[in-house]
Design a binder for this molecule. Structure first.
Ligand SMILES: Cc1cc2nc3c(=O)[nH]c(=O)nc-3n(C[C@H](O)[C@H](O)[C@H](O)COP(=O)(O)OP(=O)(O)OC[C@H]3O[C@@H](n4cnc5c(N)ncnc54)[C@H](O)[C@@H]3O)c2cc1C
Length: 182
């Protein structure tokens, strides 16, 4: 199983964590609950008629914890890339095989890794949210600062996670479930 460090606890990071932890990978999400979701009230998240952004976050965090993801309520102060990624917080230094950056509107760690940006300052990613550096994904608002929606960030996190699942499995992966038997 791979270890994946996810920087950012908004819908992009939590969605990536859900898919990866559900499939048995070792996942840590770093964040201090500073997400823009705490200012939002959602009427535009398909399948949920209406919900305060803070309540959405609370449900999502419980959901990923139930699949075994670890929530580290800390800011990542630096990250270095080598054979593995090394992340530093006030209380720990951790390593990971993959890095998913979902830093929101200020992608400081992405810039510290010299990831490619476009003319608008957005981090450049491909359709699986791979950045210009191997095993580094950038999802959500950091990759589309002027077109940011919760459901788009969640979809991006899921897309990046399924790409990692496929790489680790050595074949395409669909995380599909069927209804429980009566
Ligand atoms: C007032 C307002 C109302 C909104 N209303 C809606 C709405 O009705 N519907 C809708 O779809 N969207 C709405 N949005 C937008 C929505 O909140 C964003 O699209 C969504 O939060 C983006 O998710 P994300 O995961 O990409 O980034 P974010 O939610 O911004 O999450 C990024 C997280 O990463 C953390 N982080 C950054 N750097 C580090 C670090 N080094 N270490 C640890 N953590 C770090 C940040 O603190 C933050 O918690 C609204 C936004 C605002 C401001």
């Amino acid at each position: 199983m791979a270890s994946i460090a996810i920087v950012g606890d908004g819908p992009g990071g939590l969605s990536a964590a859900l898919f990866l932890a559900k499939n048995g990978h070792d996942v840590t999400v770093y964040g201090t609950d500073q997400t823009a979701m705490n200012y939002a009230h959602l009427y535009n998240y398909l399948g949920i008629p209406e919900i305060p952004g803070t309540e959405f976050q609370s449900i999502a965090k419980k959901q990923i914890s139930s699949f075994g993801a670890r929530l580290a309520e800390e800011e990542v102060t630096s990250v270095t890339a080598g054979d593995r990624f090394e992340l530093t917080t006030a209380s720990e230094t951790a390593t990971a095989d993959y890095l998913i950056l979902t830093e929101g509107k200020k992608p400081e760690l992405a810039l510290s890794l010299d990831l490619d940006t476009d003319d608008s300052g957005a981090i450049v990613v491909d359709r699986d949210y791979r950045s210009s550096r191997e095993r580094v994904y950038v999802v959500g608002r950091s990759a589309r600062p002027e077109r940011s929606q919760a459901i788009i960030s969640a979809g991006a996190g899921a897309t990046a996670a399924v790409d990692i699942l496929a790489i680790e499995a050595g074949k395409n992966v669909q995380d599909w479930d069927t209804p429980p038997k009566e």
